[in-house]
Design a protein around this ligand. Structure first.
Ligand code: 8YV
Length: 309
Protein backbone atom coordinates (compact mmCIF):
# COMPACT_ATOMS: atom_id res chain seq x y z
CA UNK A 1 0.00 0.00 0.00
CA UNK A 2 0.89 3.66 -0.55
CA UNK A 3 0.14 6.29 2.08
CA UNK A 4 -0.63 9.77 0.70
CA UNK A 5 -0.24 12.37 3.44
CA UNK A 6 -2.46 15.22 2.22
CA UNK A 7 -4.32 16.34 -0.90
CA UNK A 8 -1.78 17.62 -3.43
CA UNK A 9 -2.79 16.85 -7.01
CA UNK A 10 -5.88 15.17 -8.44
CA UNK A 11 -4.11 13.42 -11.30
CA UNK A 12 -1.50 12.04 -8.89
CA UNK A 13 -4.18 10.82 -6.52
CA UNK A 14 -6.14 9.11 -9.33
CA UNK A 15 -3.06 7.40 -10.71
CA UNK A 16 -1.91 6.23 -7.27
CA UNK A 17 -5.40 4.85 -6.73
CA UNK A 18 -5.26 2.98 -10.07
CA UNK A 19 -1.81 1.48 -9.59
CA UNK A 20 -1.59 0.78 -5.84
CA UNK A 21 -3.67 0.27 -2.74
CA UNK A 22 -3.98 3.94 -1.78
CA UNK A 23 -4.52 5.18 1.78
CA UNK A 24 -5.49 8.84 2.14
CA UNK A 25 -4.08 9.91 5.48
CA UNK A 26 -6.02 13.17 5.73
CA UNK A 27 -9.37 11.41 5.44
CA UNK A 28 -8.74 9.17 8.44
CA UNK A 29 -10.79 10.30 11.43
CA UNK A 30 -8.45 8.58 13.91
CA UNK A 31 -5.00 8.76 12.36
CA UNK A 32 -3.14 6.98 15.16
CA UNK A 33 -5.49 3.99 15.14
CA UNK A 34 -5.36 3.93 11.37
CA UNK A 35 -1.56 3.79 11.40
CA UNK A 36 -1.37 0.99 13.93
CA UNK A 37 -3.97 -1.02 11.96
CA UNK A 38 -2.35 -0.54 8.54
CA UNK A 39 1.32 -0.34 9.61
CA UNK A 40 2.19 -3.72 8.11
CA UNK A 41 0.76 -2.92 4.67
CA UNK A 42 2.26 0.51 4.03
CA UNK A 43 5.40 0.28 1.90
CA UNK A 44 5.49 3.79 0.48
CA UNK A 45 4.71 7.33 1.63
CA UNK A 46 3.85 10.16 -0.75
CA UNK A 47 4.35 13.55 0.91
CA UNK A 48 4.88 17.14 -0.19
CA UNK A 49 6.09 20.49 1.11
CA UNK A 50 3.43 20.49 3.84
CA UNK A 51 3.43 16.92 5.13
CA UNK A 52 6.27 14.46 4.69
CA UNK A 53 7.69 11.65 6.73
CA UNK A 54 9.03 12.67 10.12
CA UNK A 55 10.77 10.39 12.62
CA UNK A 56 7.49 9.60 14.38
CA UNK A 57 5.78 8.39 11.20
CA UNK A 58 8.79 6.41 10.06
CA UNK A 59 8.95 4.68 13.44
CA UNK A 60 5.39 3.38 13.24
CA UNK A 61 5.76 2.05 9.68
CA UNK A 62 8.08 -0.99 9.89
CA UNK A 63 7.50 -2.00 6.25
CA UNK A 64 8.24 1.45 4.81
CA UNK A 65 10.62 1.18 1.82
CA UNK A 66 10.33 4.49 0.03
CA UNK A 67 9.27 8.11 0.56
CA UNK A 68 8.43 9.78 -2.75
CA UNK A 69 7.90 13.50 -2.25
CA UNK A 70 5.78 15.69 -4.52
CA UNK A 71 8.30 18.52 -4.01
CA UNK A 72 11.93 19.35 -4.59
CA UNK A 73 12.36 20.51 -0.98
CA UNK A 74 12.73 17.65 1.49
CA UNK A 75 12.66 19.56 4.76
CA UNK A 76 9.57 17.61 5.86
CA UNK A 77 11.36 14.26 5.45
CA UNK A 78 13.74 12.96 8.11
CA UNK A 79 16.53 12.13 5.68
CA UNK A 80 18.95 10.95 8.36
CA UNK A 81 16.46 8.47 9.73
CA UNK A 82 15.63 7.24 6.21
CA UNK A 83 19.30 6.65 5.51
CA UNK A 84 19.75 4.76 8.79
CA UNK A 85 16.79 2.52 8.05
CA UNK A 86 17.58 1.98 4.38
CA UNK A 87 14.42 3.81 3.27
CA UNK A 88 14.76 5.33 -0.21
CA UNK A 89 13.78 8.97 -0.75
CA UNK A 90 12.94 10.73 -4.03
CA UNK A 91 11.93 14.31 -4.88
CA UNK A 92 10.89 16.28 -7.98
CA UNK A 93 13.90 18.37 -9.07
CA UNK A 94 14.36 20.15 -12.44
CA UNK A 95 10.75 19.96 -13.65
CA UNK A 96 9.74 22.89 -11.42
CA UNK A 97 12.89 25.01 -11.73
CA UNK A 98 11.66 27.27 -14.54
CA UNK A 99 8.27 27.97 -12.93
CA UNK A 100 9.77 28.87 -9.56
CA UNK A 101 12.40 31.10 -11.18
CA UNK A 102 9.72 32.75 -13.35
CA UNK A 103 7.70 33.49 -10.24
CA UNK A 104 10.72 35.00 -8.48
CA UNK A 105 11.13 37.46 -11.37
CA UNK A 106 7.37 38.07 -11.30
CA UNK A 107 7.58 38.96 -7.62
CA UNK A 108 10.47 41.36 -8.23
CA UNK A 109 8.48 43.15 -10.94
CA UNK A 110 5.29 43.08 -8.89
CA UNK A 111 6.94 44.59 -5.81
CA UNK A 112 8.99 47.26 -7.60
CA UNK A 113 6.39 48.25 -10.20
CA UNK A 114 3.49 47.84 -7.72
CA UNK A 115 1.59 45.68 -10.21
CA UNK A 116 -0.99 44.37 -7.71
CA UNK A 117 -1.63 47.83 -6.30
CA UNK A 118 -1.98 49.27 -9.81
CA UNK A 119 -4.56 46.61 -10.60
CA UNK A 120 -6.56 47.51 -7.50
CA UNK A 121 -6.31 51.19 -8.43
CA UNK A 122 -7.94 50.53 -11.81
CA UNK A 123 -10.61 48.16 -10.44
CA UNK A 124 -11.60 50.63 -7.73
CA UNK A 125 -12.15 53.33 -10.35
CA UNK A 126 -9.44 55.56 -8.86
CA UNK A 127 -7.78 56.27 -12.21
CA UNK A 128 -10.28 58.98 -13.13
CA UNK A 129 -9.14 60.96 -10.08
CA UNK A 130 -5.51 61.04 -11.23
CA UNK A 131 -2.49 59.00 -12.27
CA UNK A 132 -0.90 56.25 -10.19
CA UNK A 133 2.21 57.30 -8.25
CA UNK A 134 5.64 56.59 -9.76
CA UNK A 135 7.28 53.27 -8.96
CA UNK A 136 10.81 51.82 -9.07
CA UNK A 137 12.76 50.42 -12.04
CA UNK A 138 13.68 46.73 -12.01
CA UNK A 139 16.13 46.53 -14.93
CA UNK A 140 19.72 46.90 -13.77
CA UNK A 141 19.06 46.37 -10.06
CA UNK A 142 21.69 44.35 -8.21
CA UNK A 143 20.28 40.89 -7.49
CA UNK A 144 21.76 38.81 -4.67
CA UNK A 145 20.88 35.13 -4.45
CA UNK A 146 21.12 32.88 -1.41
CA UNK A 147 21.80 29.40 -2.79
CA UNK A 148 23.02 29.03 -6.37
CA UNK A 149 21.50 25.59 -6.99
CA UNK A 150 19.13 24.74 -9.83
CA UNK A 151 16.55 27.36 -8.89
CA UNK A 152 19.03 30.05 -7.82
CA UNK A 153 20.89 29.69 -11.11
CA UNK A 154 17.65 29.88 -13.11
CA UNK A 155 16.74 33.11 -11.27
CA UNK A 156 20.22 34.49 -12.04
CA UNK A 157 19.94 33.65 -15.74
CA UNK A 158 16.61 35.43 -16.00
CA UNK A 159 17.83 38.48 -14.06
CA UNK A 160 20.87 38.73 -16.38
CA UNK A 161 18.42 39.36 -19.22
CA UNK A 162 17.21 42.41 -17.24
CA UNK A 163 20.83 43.68 -17.05
CA UNK A 164 20.98 42.92 -13.32
CA UNK A 165 24.46 42.39 -11.83
CA UNK A 166 24.32 39.05 -9.97
CA UNK A 167 25.99 38.03 -6.74
CA UNK A 168 25.39 35.07 -4.47
CA UNK A 169 26.02 33.37 -1.17
CA UNK A 170 26.41 29.62 -0.78
CA UNK A 171 28.39 27.29 1.43
CA UNK A 172 31.31 27.46 -0.98
CA UNK A 173 32.22 29.44 -4.07
CA UNK A 174 31.05 27.87 -7.34
CA UNK A 175 33.96 27.20 -9.71
CA UNK A 176 32.02 27.58 -12.96
CA UNK A 177 30.32 30.99 -12.73
CA UNK A 178 31.47 34.58 -13.03
CA UNK A 179 28.82 35.81 -10.58
CA UNK A 180 30.30 37.56 -7.55
CA UNK A 181 30.54 35.40 -4.44
CA UNK A 182 30.09 36.65 -0.88
CA UNK A 183 31.08 34.45 2.05
CA UNK A 184 28.34 35.77 4.33
CA UNK A 185 24.68 36.63 3.80
CA UNK A 186 25.16 40.02 5.51
CA UNK A 187 27.83 40.99 2.95
CA UNK A 188 25.56 39.81 0.14
CA UNK A 189 22.62 41.78 1.54
CA UNK A 190 24.79 44.91 1.93
CA UNK A 191 25.75 44.74 -1.73
CA UNK A 192 22.45 44.08 -3.49
CA UNK A 193 19.08 45.75 -4.07
CA UNK A 194 17.03 42.56 -4.30
CA UNK A 195 17.82 39.55 -2.13
CA UNK A 196 16.38 36.18 -3.20
CA UNK A 197 16.11 33.12 -0.95
CA UNK A 198 16.62 30.05 -3.16
CA UNK A 199 18.38 27.51 -0.95
CA UNK A 200 17.17 24.32 0.70
CA UNK A 201 15.76 24.54 4.23
CA UNK A 202 18.11 22.78 6.66
CA UNK A 203 18.99 23.42 10.32
CA UNK A 204 21.87 25.61 9.02
CA UNK A 205 19.68 27.76 6.74
CA UNK A 206 16.78 28.27 9.18
CA UNK A 207 16.44 32.05 9.78
CA UNK A 208 19.31 32.66 7.35
CA UNK A 209 17.52 35.98 6.76
CA UNK A 210 17.55 37.49 10.26
CA UNK A 211 17.38 41.04 11.63
CA UNK A 212 21.00 41.78 10.75
CA UNK A 213 20.52 40.65 7.15
CA UNK A 214 17.28 42.60 6.81
CA UNK A 215 18.94 45.76 8.13
CA UNK A 216 21.86 45.23 5.73
CA UNK A 217 19.41 45.01 2.82
CA UNK A 218 17.99 48.29 4.03
CA UNK A 219 15.14 50.74 3.38
CA UNK A 220 15.53 50.53 -0.40
CA UNK A 221 16.08 46.77 -0.48
CA UNK A 222 13.59 44.10 -1.46
CA UNK A 223 13.43 40.54 -0.15
CA UNK A 224 12.07 37.77 -2.38
CA UNK A 225 11.34 34.43 -0.71
CA UNK A 226 10.54 31.50 -2.99
CA UNK A 227 12.34 29.03 -0.67
CA UNK A 228 10.68 28.16 2.63
CA UNK A 229 9.02 30.33 5.28
CA UNK A 230 11.43 29.37 8.07
CA UNK A 231 14.38 30.70 6.04
CA UNK A 232 13.22 34.12 7.25
CA UNK A 233 12.70 35.36 10.80
CA UNK A 234 9.11 36.35 10.02
CA UNK A 235 8.38 38.68 12.99
CA UNK A 236 11.62 40.54 12.13
CA UNK A 237 10.54 40.80 8.49
CA UNK A 238 7.12 42.14 9.46
CA UNK A 239 8.49 44.79 11.81
CA UNK A 240 11.19 45.87 9.33
CA UNK A 241 8.58 46.32 6.59
CA UNK A 242 6.20 48.15 8.90
CA UNK A 243 8.95 50.46 10.19
CA UNK A 244 10.39 51.15 6.73
CA UNK A 245 13.74 49.56 7.58
CA UNK A 246 13.16 47.26 4.59
CA UNK A 247 11.89 48.59 1.27
CA UNK A 248 9.60 45.76 0.27
CA UNK A 249 9.08 42.03 -0.02
CA UNK A 250 7.65 39.45 -2.39
CA UNK A 251 6.78 36.33 -0.47
CA UNK A 252 5.52 32.95 -1.72
CA UNK A 253 6.24 30.99 1.47
CA UNK A 254 5.51 31.60 5.15
CA UNK A 255 6.57 30.18 8.50
CA UNK A 256 3.21 28.62 9.40
CA UNK A 257 1.33 28.10 6.13
CA UNK A 258 -1.47 28.78 5.47
CA UNK A 259 -1.22 31.39 8.23
CA UNK A 260 0.09 34.78 7.12
CA UNK A 261 0.88 37.55 9.63
CA UNK A 262 -2.08 39.90 9.43
CA UNK A 263 0.09 43.01 9.80
CA UNK A 264 1.29 42.31 6.26
CA UNK A 265 -2.21 42.75 4.83
CA UNK A 266 -2.12 46.48 5.44
CA UNK A 267 1.28 47.09 3.82
CA UNK A 268 1.58 48.40 0.25
CA UNK A 269 5.20 47.38 -0.22
CA UNK A 270 4.56 43.65 -0.11
CA UNK A 271 3.18 41.07 -2.53
CA UNK A 272 1.87 37.94 -0.82
CA UNK A 273 1.41 34.63 -2.66
CA UNK A 274 -0.05 31.33 -1.38
CA UNK A 275 2.97 29.03 -2.09
CA UNK A 276 2.39 28.76 -5.84
CA UNK A 277 5.98 28.65 -7.16
CA UNK A 278 5.52 25.28 -8.86
CA UNK A 279 1.77 25.74 -9.29
CA UNK A 280 1.24 25.44 -13.03
CA UNK A 281 -0.73 22.70 -14.79
CA UNK A 282 2.37 21.71 -16.75
CA UNK A 283 4.75 21.46 -13.83
CA UNK A 284 2.40 19.77 -11.37
CA UNK A 285 1.73 17.08 -14.03
CA UNK A 286 5.47 16.56 -14.51
CA UNK A 287 5.97 16.40 -10.73
CA UNK A 288 3.18 13.81 -10.42
CA UNK A 289 4.72 11.72 -13.19
CA UNK A 290 8.06 11.78 -11.36
CA UNK A 291 6.44 10.60 -8.11
CA UNK A 292 4.68 7.79 -9.99
CA UNK A 293 7.77 6.90 -12.01
CA UNK A 294 9.90 6.66 -8.88
CA UNK A 295 7.38 4.39 -7.15
CA UNK A 296 7.01 2.18 -10.25
CA UNK A 297 10.79 1.93 -10.59
CA UNK A 298 11.21 1.06 -6.93
CA UNK A 299 8.61 -1.71 -6.93
CA UNK A 300 10.04 -3.08 -10.19
CA UNK A 301 13.54 -3.06 -8.63
CA UNK A 302 14.76 -0.64 -11.29
CA UNK A 303 16.97 2.44 -10.72
CA UNK A 304 15.03 5.35 -9.23
CA UNK A 305 14.50 8.39 -11.48
CA UNK A 306 15.39 11.08 -8.93
CA UNK A 307 16.90 9.45 -5.84
CA UNK A 308 18.10 11.54 -2.91
CA UNK A 309 18.66 8.75 -0.38
C1 8YV B 1 4.91 22.38 -3.76
C2 8YV B 1 7.43 22.85 -3.11
O1 8YV B 1 4.26 23.60 -3.59
O2 8YV B 1 8.81 21.62 -4.54
C3 8YV B 1 8.70 22.15 -3.45
O3 8YV B 1 9.61 22.11 -2.60
O4 8YV B 1 7.34 23.56 -2.17
C4 8YV B 1 6.29 22.67 -4.03
O5 8YV B 1 6.60 22.40 -5.31
C5 8YV B 1 4.26 21.38 -2.92
O6 8YV B 1 5.00 20.29 -2.58
C6 8YV B 1 2.91 21.08 -3.52
O7 8YV B 1 2.24 20.07 -2.94
Amino acid sequence: GVLMMCPMNNYLEQELDKRFKLFRYWTQPRQRDFLSQQAESIRAVVGNAFAGADAELIDVLPKLEIVSSFSVGLDKVDLIKCKEKGIRVTNTPDVLTDDVADLAIGLMLAVLRRICECDKFVRRGQWSSGDFKLTTRFSGKRVGIIGLGRIGLAVAQRAVAFDCPISYFSRSEKPNTNFKYYGTVVELASNCDILVVACALTPETRHIVNREVINALGPNGVLINIGRGPHVDEPELVSALAEGRLGGAGIDVFEKEPEVPEQLFGLENVVLLPHVGSGTVETRKAMADLVLGNLEAHFASKPLLTPVV
